[in-house]
Design a protein around this ligand. Structure first.
Ligand code: HEM
Length: 232
């Protein structure tokens, strides 16, 4: 019953919120006067931005931001490869997931932890930070933290052989929570916190990830000052 809620109901609620919430926000401007009206020109709202903090302590946030973003890309690719390997029974892919995922997870942990420390210690950043800024970073620390605790502290990798078939069952509309019922508690928590995070994501500044690939290709060049120049 509890497993059915967390591993059948919750994933579908998350999918609905993730796709529906993103589209709703993109085309109605949830946080502006457009709210509730379908306006194809709304293109999100005025909070559809990361509220960049790069001008405060750029020297340290540069490497941390790079680690955070590349870590996320690496971890997402590793999960997809690992779940395919788990569903198909291909240990080479699960091993790839294990080591590449660990590397990506460490990058995220470093990047997100540093971003949080910086936000808490720089007075200018504390002043401009909202509750959402902290919440998002906490999610980005807790989620890989739980994954890494399982793989690098408990050294208990291999749950993908159960999670892979369960994951594909979600997409073929034959979900079976029984497949993951025996997974370690820390992995179950990792997955549940993830679903909550993904459902919440469209309503946060992380919505910027949907604009990035489109605008990046067509946007005009941006003039960047060299970091050396800024230090003088
Ligand atoms: C629906 C989304 C996700 C699911 C179902 C999921 C599930 C899992 C599972 C089952 C494992 C253990 C694999 C095994 O023992 O074979 C794992 C590991 C891990 N997960 Fe996730 N995960 C998800 C999203 C994420 C996200 C978004 C992040 C990062 C922000 C993340 C970070 C990690 C890390 C760092 C590990 C350890 C990887 C390693 O050491 O190789 N996961 N995940």
């Amino acid at each position: 019953m509890v497993d059915n809620f967390f591993f059948v109901g919750l994933p579908y609620i998350t999918l609905l919120m993730f796709i529906g919430g993103s589209l709703y926000r993109a085309f109605t401007g949830l946080k502006t006067a457009f709210r509730g009206r379908l306006a194809w020109s709304a293109r999100g709202d005025l909070l559809w931005t990361t509220r960049s903090t790069g001008f405060f302590g750029r020297a340290t946030i540069g490497p941390a931001a790079l680690s955070l973003h590349w870590g996320l890309v690496i971890v997402i690719v590793a999960h997809v490869v690992g779940f395919i390997g788990g569903a198909g029974g291909w240990p080479a892919l699960v091993n790839f997931y294990r080591w590449v995922g660990m590397f990506g997870g460490l990058l995220i942990l470093y990047g997100a932890s540093w971003a949080l420390v910086r936000r808490l210690t720089a007075p200018q950043l504390r002043a401009m930070s909202t509750r959402e800024d902290y919440l998002v970073l906490l999610f980005l620390i807790i989620i890989p933290g739980l994954g890494l605790y399982h793989s690098a502290v408990q050294i208990a990798f291999g749950v993908s052989y159960a999670v892979g078939p369960w994951f594909s069952g979600l997409f073929t509309l034959r979900p079976d929570a029984g497949l993951v019922a025996g997974a370690p508690l820390v992995v179950k928590l990792h997955m549940i916190v993830n679903f909550v995070f993904l459902a919440y994501l469209p309503f946060t500044k992380l919505a910027h990830m949907f604009s990035y690939p489109f605008a990046y290709i067509t946007r005009p060049y941006i003039s960047m000052r060299s970091y050396v120049g800024l230090k003088r």
